[in-house]
Design a protein around this ligand. Structure first.
Ligand code: PRP
Ligand code: URA
Length: 208
């Protein structure tokens, strides 16, 4: 399935702000929200439309509206939370499911600690959001959780990806479309994306 890498100047400019180690919590958080909103515009490009009839102040008109597609936004905690508000600004009726996962610092494997989904999750198209796709383990596990709940259509939206993470998702979940603001060079020995932006969760929440 396709990997969509963003080339919009606004996205790339805001991403550069996030990469800079001098950027503080407030600006980092704002840029996360704003890039998520801009990427949401791209990721919803294929939403189906239907035609309805309305009266404008001037005339009768046939106009197009989104055809009632049910969407769920699923952030991977913690860092994915920083992307949710930007997405909800564009899709205010979306429901939100939460997946709690952290990466074990020694094994780099994801450890799941929380899962709360809308009851009708199996009938919804899901957009998983997490700023970082490093080894890909967390996102791959998150996708599997949704598939096990019966979800048929899943998109993954990340700000930064390592080639290793993209390869894992494409191998384990070839049906999942990926939206990423930028693909970086590689992972370092600690599983951090290089050049990257550091620890996204710590920088969004100010925990380091
Ligand atoms: C980060 C990030 C991803 C994961 C990416 O979360 O937000 O969820 O690491 O790494 P992976 O692709 O190798 O799995 P982290 O484990 O630091 O948890 P946090 O968001 O709570 O800080
Ligand atoms: N998680 C992060 O927050 N940053 C990385 O570079 C890799 C995993």
């Amino acid at each position: 399935m396709a990997v969509h890498e963003m080339d919009h100047p606004l996205i790339l400019h805001k991403l550069s702000l996030m990469r800079d180690k001098q950027t503080g919590v407030k600006e980092f958080r704002e840029a996360t929200r704003e890039i998520a909103m801009l990427m949401c515009y791209e990721a919803t490009r294929d939403l189906p439309l239907k035609t309805i009839e309305i009266e404008t102040p001037v005339a009768h008109a046939r106009v197009r509206v989104i055809s009632g597609k049910k969407i769920a936004i699923v952030p991977i905690l913690r860092a994915g939370l920083g992307m949710v508000d930007g997405m909800l600004e564009l899709i205010p009726t979306a429901k939100v499911g939460h997946l709690g996962m952290y990466r074990d610092p020694d094994t780099l494997k994801p450890v799941s600690y929380y899962c709360k989904m809308p009851q009708d999750i199996a009938e919804r198209d899901c957009l998983i959001v997490d700023p970082m796709l490093a080894t890909g383990g967390s996102s791959a596990a998150g996708i599997q959780v949704l598939k096990d709940m019966g979800v048929k259509h899943i998109k993954l939206m990340c700000l930064l990806a390592a080639p290793e993470g993209l390869a894992l998702i494409q191998q384990e979940h070839p049906d999942v479309e990926i939206f990423v603001a930028a693909v970086d060079e590689r992972l370092n020995d600690h599983g951090y994306i290089v050049p990257g932006l550091g620890d996204a969760g710590d920088r969004i929440f100010g925990t380091k």
